[in-house]
Design a protein. Structure first.
Length: 367
């Protein structure tokens, strides 16, 4: 895997061996250069994810296929890669076609001028990083939207079921005022929670869009704030709320994706409540601590997680609550959110006694 500090990988495709050697020398130590003598060799290198190629420079004239044809294929299969064509021929029509079609970002002429080549590769590497950041953002948004849909399914289904029940009772002669008030309160709480989750997500997107690169916005929340806000907003019954306790041993700032972390906590709370549904004395406890590393721990005295589910809990969509609407996707999304900013999830469960889930956050370096 290529890190931000590693030199960006550039693939140079040319059927002339001397040209490949000269290019590798001219690019300098700021780039990791791979070379290929043919379109087929280039395709093989591109198919290997270990290389994580960011820029492709391809000679226009090669046996079997011209360079723009290779770059056209790359634009379809690897759109994040920046593509440059190299030519020694003043083919005006080819240049216009290559640029206008979008397959080529820049065109370089042979013989290569070393300063121009290095400057062009530096600009191409910057463009490639920007493309990768956009692609990762799209993936994160797609996964968050799926997580959002997953998280809203239960409260919206509750509202829908109560609404159908009200219609049936109304058709059969109505219901007592007290029962009607309880149903209306439950529907209102679930609707308010759903609207809060949506509002939080929209606010997160707006902040991410307006914040400068590398910053998460000026408003910093904390682990304790997230937990208290969740307990206050979640549609809990009086019995459920009575069984929940929050202990803050040490607070810490949550600077990365706080709204997504809120969704993670909400999903874990929902899982715990399902597990505790049939317990005679349900207890659920949140512990926020900053030492030895920032963490939020959620523990319950439910029936525990079966061993066969524990083995695959954070990898495959498996659930101990399939009979209550659980799909297993929630834990996968939770894990992905935490991993996206360097955090992790640890799960410990004792069959028939308890389940403890710990969210560990990266330690922030002091300025």
């Amino acid at each position: 895997m290529v890190t931000d500090s590693a030199p960006p990988t550039v693939l140079y495709v040319d059927d002339e061996e001397m040209a490949r050697k000269y290019f590798a020398r001219s690019a300098g130590e700021a780039f990791h250069v791979l070379t290929a003598a043919s379109v087929a060799d280039a395709a093989e290198l591109l198919a290997d994810p270990e290389h994580e190629i960011r820029v492709v420079v391809c000679d226009y004239r090669m046996p079997g296929a011209n360079g723009t044809e290779l770059l056209r294929r790359i634009s379809l299969s690897h759109p994040h890669i920046v593509r440059i064509v190299l030519t020694a021929y003043a083919d005006k029509d080819m240049l216009i076609e290559a640029v206008n079609s979008g397959e080529v970002w820049r065109i370089l002429e042979k013989p290569l001028d070393q300063p121009t080549l290095r400057r062009t590769l530096q600009l191409a590497a910057q463009r490639a990083r920007a493309r990768m950041a956009r692609r990762e953002s799209f993936i994160a948004i797609e996964e968050t939207l799926a997580f959002l849909a997953h998280e809203l399914t239960t409260p919206l289904a509750t509202i829908s079921n109560f609404a159908r029940g009200l219609r049936r009772r109304a058709d059969s002669g109505g219901m007592p005022p007290g029962e009607l008030a309880n149903v209306a309160t439950t529907m209102h709480d679930n609707a308010r929670y759903s609207m809060g989750v949506l509002s939080s997500f929209v606010d997160s997107v707006r902040r991410a869009k307006s914040a400068p690169p590398g910053r998460s916005g000026e408003h910093t929340t904390t682990g304790a704030n997230l937990v208290h806000a969740l307990v206050d907003a979640y549609p809990l019954t009086p019995g459920q709320r009575a069984g929940i306790s929050v202990e803050v041993r040490g607070d810490f700032p949550v600077t990365a994706l706080p709204h997504c972390v809120s969704l993670v906590l909400s999903s874990l709370l929902g899982n715990a409540l399902r597990a505790l549904a049939d317990q005679p004395n349900p207890q659920l406890r949140f512990i926020v601590d900053a030492q030895p590393e920032p963490s939020i721990v959620i523990s319950d005295n439910g029936p525990g997680i079966p061993a066969e589910v524990m083995e695959r809990l954070l990898i495959d969509p498996v659930s101990a609550h399939a009979d209550k609407g659980g799909t297993g996707w929630g834990m996968i999304f939770c894990n992905r959110v935490m991993q996206s900013f360097g955090g992790r999830i640890c799960v410990h469960s004792e069959q028939g006694r308890s389940t403890t889930i710990a969210l560990h956050f990266p330690v922030l370096e002091k300025d």
